[in-house]
Design a protein around this ligand. Sequence first.
Ligand code: NCD
Length: 312
Amino acid sequence: MSKLPLVLPFDSLVSSAQLTPQIITGLFRITDDMTAIVKQSGTTRLLEDKIVALLFFEPSSRTMLSFQTAAQRLKAGTVFAQSANTTSFEKGESIEDLIKIVAGYADIIVMRHSQPGSAAIAAEVSNVPFINAGDGGNEHPTQSIIDSYTIFKEKGRLDDLNIVFGFDSLQSRSIHSLSRLLAQYPDNRFVFTGPDELLPDDKLLSELADAGVKCKVQSEVDYRDNYDVIYVNRLQQERFKDKKLFESNRRKYRITKRDIEGSDVLLLDPLPRIDEIAVEVDDLPNAVYFKQASYGVPVRMALLATLLGKAN
Ligand code: NCD
């Protein structure tokens, strides 16, 4: 892997479209360094003079806890705001105003918010680095670094991959971000599967096609075909305008042991797992979703340190 120093051409991460292969290679190298540090000594004083603001206005467990753990392993201080109810959003304050205030307190801001596009608005007005930890059903770029790191660790490459995405490609920000990231590598082929109403929209499909990805949409897939990766995400219940559509599809799509046992296809899920993977699958060697979740800490350590100019 390249040992060239990583120079980020941006101070804020809003979309995985910003993550070029060169940046990803650098971030993976720093992630490996962070893993070694955690293993050897648990913590490092790299960010001891920094404060990380964690603004989570939508439910989160993995993303919030792994960012907090990452900050603490780097010895940064953290400040938190966890729901719209405990901040001035409730009083009608705008995202712009809130971010300007928090940028005056902290050295970097991490925000999850239910509004698609909120991350771009925040990054625009913030005068400290900003990280999108999920903006509604739009993007989740830090998850896509974790996902691609997992694939790279297991398969040794991010190009020439045959990938199935399911089962709510319309509303899953994790699928949007990972597909955009992998579209920057040559020879990748994507099959999107799930209920017809939850297949990706034309905007994403044409963006991926323009980037050179061969995309198919199929209501059913034989997982025993020659796939390298199956990437599934739960139906995004909270984003359905039509609740009946959610109820009528919630248990229809599920990966079972029979689908992948004995093959070397990798099964990833950003989690939480709801109905999309049977629990019996967890023991298979190709079920890597818990390992994938564990990479959240070193990846986010690498990102915090890099955006704050303390690692390259
Ligand atoms: C994802 C998210 O929040 O979009 N979770 C996560 O960050 N690991 C996936 C999901 O909620 O389904």
